[in-house]
Write a protein that binds this ligand. Structure first.
Ligand code: NDP
Ligand code: 2IT
Length: 444
């Protein structure tokens, strides 16, 4: 039995109740097969794969907090410190009712390779809670964040583990978390990224994931002698990643037709009015259906995803498994040629199979959404040097990092005989650096 097969077999018994994690591991292991075959003896002796799939540490804790009516609630908090071979643990916190060990293990596992691809010294981690910030007052969110940090502060630090935002965690939550950390540890240090500009945040971190995604789209298109100008683009989600992906795509001349939330999709054939979306989502924390009140010519498709509308490019920017097989077939049948992921693992396994069969150009999230964590690492660098760079400086570095990721991914694919398979290229290029660092550091 092959080394990879052995690992897959053991994991599928041991972690049968963790489907998202198993799927993420299977995808990476199948991509790196040629690298593992070429180094099998060395990797087996050093248990590289056994260690790669086992988190260094999982922290699970109780988070009690009191709502505005005086009622006590108890949520579950997590931090997964998956791999620190190339730098301190780094990755977001997700607050969403669906959060569980399987989802956080998949996200932190993916984060290892994503962070490696950025070329910056950051390891892989992720955390969060099953707390739902929707509909909570600012005071309730603050109470929750303070209680969450009352436990988390023991395990994080500027050179140890540096969390950031993800679904349900934005500037407001990072502010409350940072304030409580500082109070508990009496340290004003870069323990979190995505901080406000007035207390150590980096310019362009808010925009980084969405802008970086579009820089990647642009890179892919230019290698196909094509441009974004006039392209019909479908975006899902209407949060941090979606909003700034729409902004940059429009600046580059694309026609963005949709955005969405978990209740439904807005289709605006004249192009999404981003000022309206920002007002609803960033100022009022409202629902995307409210778009219709301001733009009566748009359509609201209740309970639907954007993927049945004709387009050239699809940018899933909401959540995992939001493009299933039938959605992929709709995209393909309606003329879509590129799928570039803003979210983490938004395409199901079956959807990716359909992209492959139908010649869709596909870039996986761990490469195309890496701009967010890359600028987080630039925020860490600014914090430790006590300096701050201008928006233009950071944006220029982000642009260069995304172009660099594209070349790493496409050359790794080429080197291992799978030219144009960016999923394989991203997994191979991300893995090679981590494996080398793990080998160098011995059995730890
Ligand atoms: P936000 O919380 O800002 O926005 C999330 C958006 O996705 C909302 O519109 C939300 O709608 C929608 N959404 C969330 N869960 C679901 C669901 N189960 N079904 C349908 N829609 C859903 O999060 P971000 O924009 O930060 O994150 C979006 C994705 O990008 C995630 O996969 C995240 O892991 C990934 N990512 C984020 C980075 C960052 O820097 N923020 C960096 C790299 C990746 P609703 O309000 O209805 O829940
Ligand atoms: O999935 C991700 O890369 C993020 N949520 C951002 C992580 C970070 O540390 O900036």
């Amino acid at each position: 039995m092959s080394y990879i097969q052995e690992i897959n077999d053991v994991l599928s018994h041991k972690y049968a109740s963790e489907p998202e994690f198993l799927r993420a591991v299977r995808e990476v292991l199948s991509s790196i097969e040629p690298v593992v075959s070429a180094n099998e003896d060395k990797y087996r002796q050093n248990a590289i794969l056994e260690r790669l799939v086992e988190p260094e540490r999982i922290i699970v804790f109780r988070v009690p907090w009191i709502d505005d009516k005086g009622q006590v609630h108890v949520n579950r908090g997590y931090r997964i410190q998956f791999n620190s071979a190339i730098g301190p643990y780094k990755g977001g916190l997700r607050f969403h009712p669906s959060v569980n060990i399987s989802i956080l293990k998949f996200l932190s596992f993916e984060q290892i390779f994503k962070n490696s691809l950025t070329g910056l010294p950051i390891g892989g981690g992720k955390g969060g809670s099953d707390f739902d910030p929707h509909g909570k007052s600012d005071r309730e969110v603050m109470a929750f964040c303070q209680s969450f940090m009352n436990e988390l502060y023991k395990y994080v630090g500027a050179d140890e583990d540096v969390p950031a935002g993800d679904i349900g965690v934005g500037a407001r939550e990072i502010g409350y978390l940072f304030g409580q950390y500082k109070r508990l540890k009496n340290l004003h240090e870069g323990v979190l990224t995505g901080k406000g500009i007035s207390y150590g945040g980096s310019l362009a971190r808010t925009e980084a994931t969405g802008y970086g995604l579009i820089y990647m789209v642009n890179e892919i298109l230019s290698h196909n002698n094509d441009t974004l100008a006039g392209k019909r683009v479908l975006v899902s989600g209407s949060g941090n990643v979606a909003i700034f992906a729409i902004e940059k795509a429009q600046q580059m001349g694309a026609q963005v037709l949709t955005c969405s939330d978990s209740n439904g999709t807005i289709y605006d054939p004249d192009g999404i009015k981003l000022d309206v979306v920002k007002k609803i989502k960033l100022e009022r924390r409202g629902r995307i259906s409210e778009y219709l009140k301001e733009v009566s010519t748009a359509e609201y498709h209740e309970g639907e995803r954007p993927w049945n509308i004709p387009c050239d490019i699809a940018l899933p920017c909401a959540t995992q498994n939001e493009i299933e097989e039938k959605d992929a077939l709709n995209l393909i049948n309606n003329g879509c040629r590129y799928v570039v992921e803003g979210a983490n693992m938004p395409s199901s396994y079956e959807a990716i199979h359909e992209y492959r069969r139908n010649g869709i150009i596909f870039m996986p999230g761990k490469a195309s959404n890496a701009g967010g964590v890359a600028v987080s690492a630039l925020e860490m660098a600014q914090n430790s040097r006590r300096v701050s760079w201008t928006f233009e400086e950071v944006d220029k570095m982000l642009h260069r990092i995304m172009a660099d990721i594209y070349s790493k991914v496409s050359s790794a694919a080429e080197k291992y005989g799978c030219e144009g398979d960016f999923m394989a290229g991203a997994n191979i290029a991300g893995f090679e650096k981590v494996a080398e660092a793990m080998m160098a550091q011995g059995i730890v």
